[in-house]
Write a protein that binds this ligand. Structure first.
Ligand SMILES: Cc1cc2nc3c(=O)[nH]c(=O)nc-3n(C[C@H](O)[C@H](O)[C@H](O)COP(=O)(O)OP(=O)(O)OC[C@H]3O[C@@H](n4cnc5c(N)ncnc54)[C@H](O)[C@@H]3O)c2cc1C
Length: 415
């Protein structure tokens, strides 16, 4: 891939950043060449592409000039329409929960459609190395895990529709009908909601204006490798923030970790706390907040950090990564009468019983199944579910478990 030179030599221009992020999260191996370097110039000359619109993606025998995510997705047929009008199971979201459900549903012989508005992998696709997932002692990249899971699901006959979101739907006792971006509509006996979470936004003047020009949500492998030798700031104290500072520190960045709380161990796995503590490149600032962003030439140049006593210090920073958790993607739930908890996560199973009483308007002559929502036949798995453990392993486990429960629902419908 050839891209425009970055303003600060870091190559983090917004459009190029999105494209690179897409390739990384789609587990597509690639090499970058910065336009204007000798290697890039030689390559352009060799391919007769001098003056062609950047960024350029070169594949064997194919050239994509002025490359965008949409163009690549179309070229790679990743954004096909569903092939059937009706499925046994439609799964919304191809994160770990949705992909696991797809593998088990399809391998059980159910006609299965997975609809994903992005590339597969969900939050895990932003993770450079998942070290605590069962069966991978050396860890596995989130994008790679998603790629393998997607392939496995397809091998069993599941259909994956990518880069198209579910935009609306309706559910009743006989099943669900969902509308998919691009004007497609499919029916399903059972719907599994696995839309996960969206990272929380940082309310800070300039954050949005500088997005992609020094401020970022999350921090993946591709960003880390761009930041060697730079001063960077990471906000957050969860495992995603922990992994981000380790990636950045290992890449040679001077990392300031800004933590609102007084103890990292309250929110982060012990192994990460221990590694961060002895990393020479990482400076952890407890009980502090970033209170100001400073820009130079439209790019982040520094931040002001303020501690609990009100003392402020200004630090240089070419990048700020906000890794501050997220909110469930359940904006649709209220309109469909799907019960959520106070934070918006979907309530399921026993949580729906009020002193043993079933939800209002509940029709089946049984209690809700463990991962079933307040709408019979609408299941939920993974991070979106109230009370779930926000981990890849748990999401995968819930995806698998949902399929076992879906069989009970299908038997009920077909009785
Ligand atoms: C940076 C980072 C690092 C992490 N590291 C670890 C780790 O090391 N170990 C660990 O166990 N966990 C880790 N986690 C947590 C883990 O990634 C999540 O718990 C897991 O991905 C949850 O899976 P999920 O399938 O429930 O949801 P998600 O991963 O959030 O996936 C949901 C998917 O649904 C899609 N979607 C949403 N709405 C729609 C719609 N309307 N139509 C179509 N698609 C839709 C989204 O695009 C997304 O792809 C990390 C998380 C982050 C952010």
């Amino acid at each position: 891939m050839l891209r425009r030179p970055g303003r600060h030599g870091a190559g983090l221009e917004p459009a190029d950043h999105e494209l690179r992020d897409f390739l990384t999260r789609a587990a597509q191996p690639h090499v970058y060449y910065e336009a204007g370097t000798a290697d890039a110039d030689a390559l352009l000359a060799e391919r007769g592409l001098v003056g062609a619109e950047l960024p350029i993606v070169l594949e064997p025998g194919i050239v994509h000039t002025g490359a965008t995510i949409a163009k690549l997705a179309q070229a790679w047929s990743q954004s096909n329409a569903p092939s059937q009008k009706h499925y046994d199971v439609v799964i919304v979201g191809a994160g770990p929960a949705g992909l696991a459900a797809a593998v088990y549903a399809a391998s059980d012989g159910l006609s299965t459609l997975v609809v994903e508005e992005d590339v597969p992998g969900g939050q895990a696709s932003h993770t450079s190395l998942i070290e605590n997932f069962f069966g991978f002692p050396e860890g596995i990249g989130g994008a790679e895990l998603a790629r393998l899971a997607g392939r496995q699901a397809e091998k069993f006959g599941a259909e994956l529709v990518l880069l198209r979101g579910v935009v609306s739907g309706r559910h009743d006792a006989s099943g669900s009908v969902v509308q998919i971006a691009g004007g497609h509509e499919v029916g399903a006996d059972v719907l599994l909601a696995a839309p996960g979470m969206q990272w929380r936004r940082l309310e800070l003047d300039g954050m949005d204006e500088l997005l992609g020009r020094g401020t970022y949500y999350g921090a993946g492998r591709s960003e880390a490798t761009q930041c060697g030798g730079d001063d960077v700031v990471v906000i957050g104290a969860g495992n995603s923030a922990g992994q981000a500072v380790m990636n950045l520190g290992d890449a040679g960045a001077r990392v300031t970790m800004v933590v609102r709380g007084d103890d990292l161990a309250k929110s982060m796995s012990a192994y990460l706390v221990e590694r961060i503590g002895r990393h020479p490149q990482i400076d952890v600032r407890l009980e502090t907040q970033v209170t100001e962003l400073h820009a130079d030439g439209g790019h982040l140049a520094g931040v002001t950090i303020t501690d609990a006593g009100g003392a402020s210090l200004r630090r240089p920073a070419t990048a700020l990564f906000a890794c501050i958790g997220g909110t469930p993607r359940t904006g649709w739930a209220a309109d469909h009468g799907v019960r959520t908890d106070a934070k918006g996560f979907l309530c399921t199973g026993p949580d729906l019983l009020d002193a043993g009483r079933r939800p209002q308007d509940w029709e089946p002559d049984r209690d809700p199944f463990p991962l079933e929502t307040s709408i019979p036949g609408l299941f939920a798995a993974g991070d979106v579910r109230s009370g779930s453990t926000k981990r890849v392993g748990s999401a995968v486990g819930e995806g698998a478990m949902a399929v076992a429960l879906i069989h009970h629902r299908l038997a009920e419908l077909r009785r």
